[in-house]
Design a protein around this ligand. Structure first.
Ligand SMILES: [Cu+2]
Length: 153
């Protein structure tokens, strides 16, 4: 009984580590959907993006004219211009750019409403370095261990 118990425990631990360390491919595109609300806020204020990926931001403007503007001159859109997307009231628009290849945090804001707090942060991070520990699989693992243990007892 004890052998099975520890083998299952070992297996679960290793499977958890595998799940938690799979890196997202650097080739994959990232699509960010933002709502620029009539409350003069973006519906997301902290966004994490891997380094060097192609990013597309789709912004839906509600109630007013809004912009999605990056506070970083070195990031250019596909036309080589600054990222300063203008979205008419109750319209949807999008802009694409390539994420920087070095870690940094870039503020995004709406030009007419930044003073009302219509802004947020994009964190460009090297996600291959991070290995977030997933607690849910561990919980399931422990739960199944308890069930197995009860069956053998
Ligand atoms: Cu705005």
């Amino acid at each position: 009984m004890n052998k099975i118990y520890y083998l299952v425990l070992l297996g679960l631990l290793f499977s958890n580590f595998n799940i938690s360390t799979i890196p997202v491919s650097a080739d994959s595109d990232v699509i960010i959907r933002l709502q620029a609300g009539d409350d003069l806020k973006f519906n997301q204020t902290e966004i994490t993006v891997p380094l060097g990926v192609k990013v597309t931001v789709i912004v839906e403007a509600k109630g007013a004219f809004h912009t999605f503007t990056l506070d970083d001159d070195s990031i250019k859109n596909d036309d080589g211009d600054l990222v300063n997307l203008q979205i008419k009231q109750n319209n949807v628009a999008n802009v694409s750019f390539t994420a920087p290849t070095e870690e940094r945090e870039v503020r995004f804001y709406c030009v007419p409403h930044q003073a009302s707090g219509m802004e947020g942060i994009i964190k460009f991070t090297d996600n291959t370095k991070e290995a977030p520990v997933s607690i849910f699989p561990l919980f399931i693992g422990l739960l199944s261990l308890m069930i197995i243990k009860n069956k053998f007892n």
